[in-house]
Design a binder for this molecule. Structure first.
Ligand code: MCA
Ligand code: AMP
Length: 481
């Protein structure tokens, strides 16, 4: 029995994975995964090596990732829409021994070395990874600089998923519906590995549409994982389509995370679906660290209590621990088995994020309610933007804009947005005589970084508001936006 995926190979009486084009039981999934692992071993890959995979939402990609888990090879998922500037960075930093894709032709231009996934290898004997062995390297944005690869271990994932299964009463009887991207914690660890770990059924939708989600619930879904932007679009859809509202209302549990769910939206969902969405909070480097329980309070505006087994605290600017008091705001720090092992090739950044006591500093500002639920109120760094559930550093967007030949200065902020949570807005000072078209600059960022990092609006200005020190006053930009 594999320590992370104990149900693999067991006859469950229900499929492990359903996509529009494939249905795989646990035994079939295990066979495919072991054949892939065998092929990797035949190619000379060893436990601890890294393999990059274009993270398209299909059964072959999932089976390959599972095979890599079994082989003890760390997976580096690549966003299929990753831009021209970010891709070389990720490949150079992660230095994968192989780059794979379910449809290699689609990615050959961007990665000439790409190979197709093949399930014709001699079945491998699964490796027995230790809890501290890497399972995934997930690239995540900081305020400045290129994304860093967070190294997540087998132990991190197993502990977190068990704690969430406990919080949500998540069992083999569940059918998880998800349409999240497979290159972040939410879609890949919670969605894919989580469903397989509990032995449930995963209904993987290749792209998010409210119709597809509601249809999956009309058929068999019991559990939904989605970001607030998706819930917003589901609410818009359900208001116009009562039958779909009823289908979603029959869900056993609706879970929201990756960004704040506004209380007003939470109330709207409650009215539409007849049940409160359950919120949970976390981040790439520490996985999910708080979650409302299925049988506990679901207080709008809060993200539940810390998961059992984690030491979660709030600290003031001097690092002193704050008491549990709804009035006291502090930074969330956390220690325990879900905290990642560090950033790949970045001991400096790792030392900055994890203190000598082993606490990971999240940068999120919160208070604890009298009943011990966390209420997130903001972030320490104003230069981090959460848009549609994705984290984007203002600095990386500014750097990409500055690489455009017509851009002399650039400043990027997040502006509140009903649908996206925050919308990226860029202020650009062109070179004298230049008149860049906003859409050209938007396309430039989409192509260099990734479409989700693109500004939704570009304002061409003569100068940026700066203080006496020459620093751009982003608050003022917010008022201008
Ligand atoms: C648009 N597109 C462009 C451009 N504009 N392409 C090139 N250049 C442009 N200028 C393309 C996009 O690539 C996309 O293509 C399509 O147009 C639409 O893009 P967009 O409007 O940005 O998005 P959307 O399709 O409306 O998607 C909304 C979404 C998505 C489904 C909510 O944002 C999403 O999946 N968010 C989830 C994020 C997430 O999983 N975060 C978890 C990380 P195409 O149609 O080909 O796709 S956080 C985490 O893991 C922590 C631990 C946690 O707490 O969970
Ligand atoms: P990422 O680094 O992309 O994994 O994003 C993690 C960040 O998303 C956290 O530091 C929070 O700022 C934010 N986040 C995740 N879940 C929630 C939530 N339920 N409510 C508010 N913010 C959240």
């Amino acid at each position: 029995m594999h320590p992370l995926l104990p149900h693999l190979g067991q006859a469950a009486g229900h499929p492990a994975l359903v996509t529009p084009t494939a249905t795989l039981g646990f035994p079939e999934l295990e066979r495919a995964a072991l054949a892939h692992a065998g092929r990797l071993a035949a190619d000379g890959l060893r436990p601890g090596d890294r393999v990059a995979i274009w993270a398209t939402p299909d059964a072959a990609t999932v089976a390959a990732i599972v095979g890599q888990v079994l082989a003890g090879v760390a997976t580096v998922p690549l966003n299929p829409a990753i831009g021209a500037k970010e891709l070389p960075h990720v490949l150079a930093d992660a230095a994968p021994r192989l780059v794979l894709a379910a449809d290699p032709a689609a990615f050959r231009e961007r990665t000439p070395q790409v190979r197709g996934i093949s399930f014709d290898g001699p079945p491998a004997a699964p490796a027995a990874p230790a809890p501290e062995d890497p399972v995934l390297v997930l690239y995540t944005s900081g305020t400045t600089g290129p994304p860093k690869g967070a190294v997540i271990t087998h132990g991190n994932a197993a502990f977190d998923l068990d704690a969430l299964a406990g919080a949500w009463g998540w069992t083999a009887a569940d059918v998880l519906v998800h349409a999240l991207p497979l290159f972040h914690v939410h879609g890949l660890i919670l969605g894919v590995l989580g469903s397989l770990r509990v032995g449930g059924s995963l209904e993987l939708l290749p792209r998010f549409t409210p119709e597809a989600v509601c249809d999956a619930f009309a058929r068999r879904g019991t559990l939904l994982f989605a970001v607030p932007t998706m819930y917003h679009r589901l609410a818009e859809h359900a208001e116009a389509s009562p039958a779909d509202a009823r289908a979603l209302g029959r869900a056993r549990l609706l879970v929201s995370g990756s960004a704040a769910l506004p209380v007003r939206e939470n109330d709207r969902l409650f009215k539409l679906f007849g049940q409160r969405v359950v919120e949970r909070y976390g981040l790439t480097e520490a996985l999910i660290i708080t979650a409302a329980r299925h049988d506990g309070p679901r207080t709008p505006g809060t993200v539940g209590p810390p998961l059992p087994g984690l030491d979660l605290r709030l600290v003031d600017e001097q690092g002193r621990r704050l008491a549990r008091d709804p009035e006291l705001l502090g930074e969330v720090i956390v220690r325990g088995p879900t905290v990642f092992s560090g950033y790949l090739n970045r001991p400096d950044a790792t030392a900055q994020a994890i203190d000598a006591g082993g606490f990971f500093h999240t940068g999120d500002i919160a208070s604890l309610t009298a009943t011990g639920e966390l209420r997130i109120v903001g972030r320490k760094a104003t230069d981090l933007i959460k848009t549609a559930g994705y984290k984007v550093g203002a600095g990386e967007v500014e750097a990409a804009l500055l690489e455009h030949p017509e851009v002399r200065e650039a400043a990027v902020i997040g502006v509140p947005d009903e649908d996206l949570g925050e919308r990226i807005v860029a202020f650009v000072v062109p070179y004298p005589g230049a008149a860049p078209a906003p859409q050209a600059l938007i396309d430039h960022v989409a192509g260099a970084l990734a479409p989700y990092k693109r500004p939704r609006a570009v304002r061409i200005v003569e100068a940026l508001p700066r203080n006496a020190m020459g620093k751009v006053m982003k608050k003022q930009l917010g008022e201008m936006a």
